[in-house]
Design a protein around this ligand. Structure first.
Ligand SMILES: Nc1ncnc2c1ncn2[C@@H]1O[C@H](COP(=O)(O)OP(=O)(O)OP(=O)(O)O)[C@@H](O)[C@H]1O
Length: 269
């Protein structure tokens, strides 16, 4: 099976500072990739490359065997840790705006029947993330968890194939995080998404991921730390104890009972 996303010898450099080097990855459609690594290892930079917000300074990124277009297309959605919704728009208008951007890319405005259809779609998407009763509420009136639900609805309304999550649950209380884990596993499965999630929570990475990437530097020059970039030094296939079908029914994968296959260990190269 060919990969949905391929990174072929990808480097990201700013001047003489190397952030990422020699990133070689094939990511299969439908996988849930957890990404961990120390602060500054380039995890968010990696997501920005896949989003198309930045171009690699060397190497290439392919989506469906075709070079990734430089701008973020509707095939990729993103949710950040801090609520990325518009404060002056209601929940419904926030999701509609994202739908309008996807449906009318140059004017970001739909009219008549198309607009009514977008409104219905946005309301259905909000119901799907558990915000069906909060259509006309402004973000400031929503809790942190509800704002992240809104951000997820906003990302999913364009029907992306790849969902990028940058520490999406990092600011939430543990109880709310559990709810969000259930939600994201359900959406991942029901929408057939390929998810790339950066997290600092190792338990969360093991619990949600089907594959775990660890970004770090292979080599360090103490006198010139910028000379070497990070790469995916560990690449582990995770097999959660509970199958995705079970998670959709409400059960959660058990992070304590996981088997691991090592796909790649680039530490020594
Ligand atoms: N535009 C830029 N110009 C120069 N350096 C940059 C730029 N953007 C990011 N960097 C550097 O790239 C490195 C990686 O940053 P990045 O935010 O991707 O790391 P991270 O692993 O996501 O960190 P954290 O876990 O703290 O969020 C950092 O040293 C950062 O300073």
């Amino acid at each position: 099976m060919s990969a949905l996303l391929t990174l072929d010898n990808v480097w990201l450099e700013y001047g003489d500072k190397i952030v990422l080097e020699r990133v070689d990855l094939d990511i299969a459609e439908g996988s849930f990739i957890s990404i961990i690594g120390p602060s500054g290892a380039g995890k968010s930079s990696f997501l920005r490359l896949v989003l198309g917000q930045e171009a690699p300074s060397r190497g290439r990124i392919l989506l469906d065997d075709r070079p990734l277009v430089a701008e973020c297309g509707p095939d990729r959605g993103v949710v950040f840790q801090r609520y990325s919704v518009f404060p002056h728009l209601t929940a419904l208008r926030n999701v509609m705006f994202a739908r309008e951007c996807a449906g009318a890319r140059f004017t970001a405005r739909l009219f008549g029947r198309a607009r009514r259809a977008a409104e219905e779609e946005a309301a259905a998407m909000l119901a799907e993330v558990g915000l069906g009763d909060a259509l006309h509420v402004y973000p400031a009136q929503l809790s942190g968890g509800m704002q992240q639900r809104l951000a997820i609805a906003q990302a999913l309304i364009a029907r992306p194939r790849v969902l990028l999550l940058d520490e999406p649950f990092g600011a939430l209380d543990p109880g709310i995080r559990q709810d969000m884990h259930r939600l994201i596993l359900r959406l991942w499965r029901e929408h057939g998404l390929t998810v790339l999630m950066v997290t600092h929570d190792i338990g969360e990475a093991f619990k949600l991921g089907t594959r775990l990437l660890t970004f770090d530097k292979r080599r360090i020059d103490p006198h010139a730390p910028h000379r070497f970039g990070a790469t995916a030094i560990y690449d582990l296939a995770l097999k959660p104890h509970v199958l995705p079908a079970d998670t959709a029914a409400g059960a959660e994968p058990d992070a304590d009972v996981i088997t691991i296959d090592i796909i790649g260990n680039n530490r020594e190269k």
